[in-house]
Design a binder for this molecule. Sequence first.
Ligand SMILES: [Cu+2]
Length: 356
Amino acid sequence: MGSVPFFPDQASTVAPQVDAIYFALILLSALFAVPVALLIVYFGVRYRRGSQASRASGSAHGGTLKIELAWTVFPALLALGMFTWAATVYYRIERPPAGAVEVYVVGQQWMWKVQHPEGQREINQLHVPVGRPIKLLMTSQDVIHSFYIAAFRVKQDVLPGRYTTIWFQATQAGDYAINCAEYCGTDHAMMGGTVVVMEPAQYEAWLSGGNTAAGPQSPETMAAAGQQLFTSLGCSGCHRMDGSGPGPSLVGIYGKTVHLQGGATAVADEGYIRNSILLPQSQIVAGYGPIMPSFQGQVSEEQILQLIAYIKSLGSSLPAPASLGQPNTGAPAGPSAVASPSAPAVGPTPGAQAAP
Ligand SMILES: [Cu+2]
């Protein structure tokens, strides 16, 4: 800690864009505020009591229409221009590019728990490579938190019972602060951590567990952990790969449009899958009975994320997220290789794209 920096580092691709808007707004405000302040002082002196300045009022008509039009139209255009500019940047900040590396975050009083698809888990630390878009899928297991990396100019509320996302692309290696930006109880101010931005080669080494004293060794991928849960919780009994069970097959389900009983449809995104696990009766797939029990209280938020990672590994209608964990010399395999070794014979080809 030591010192309060006057201005945070600019360490992501959007940071200069956000700062440009910030400074433009300050300049624009100054453009209006400074003349007003100066005129107050000037008129205060000029028309002070006893001064000789004329008090005659100006003409009520004549020539004011142009001035009035000018001071209406000009600021209106300025405001619209600012809006367009800011909306463009906001759009960029809100939409993760296809192929972003996915990392999973669970907020809790008072820490950030991070899981990488390759299996590494960390608390209050987030290791990412420089120059790659990173997408965080976040939820909270208790109250509302807010994930904030000032140096990247990104901030997003993290809510219980819902997934929110944020993305960034770091532009320089280094350590940057993570803060919780939503008051969440006694130790809110202590709820923080560090983003460690690494050169790609270093990051790969870290991912494979070979580079860090504190790092975990040869971890199991999230999808593999999810697959184990899928079996141990009994999901695999009903959701058979070939669809012959009493529940629908989940192969290729991720990102697909699902038809529900009653005619509604839903997109099988992360929120849909989570909801199906915890509140299965709320969205029954057309053609199936309401027989699935709720798993509320039996799985943690992190385990639900592992189940989601497993279901994603069964194929998707969406572009697959990039995996940085692809084998470099015998390192643990990426998620796409998970379904093959121990999955039933009818399991999908690794990395298979489901037909829409
Ligand atoms: Cu918090």
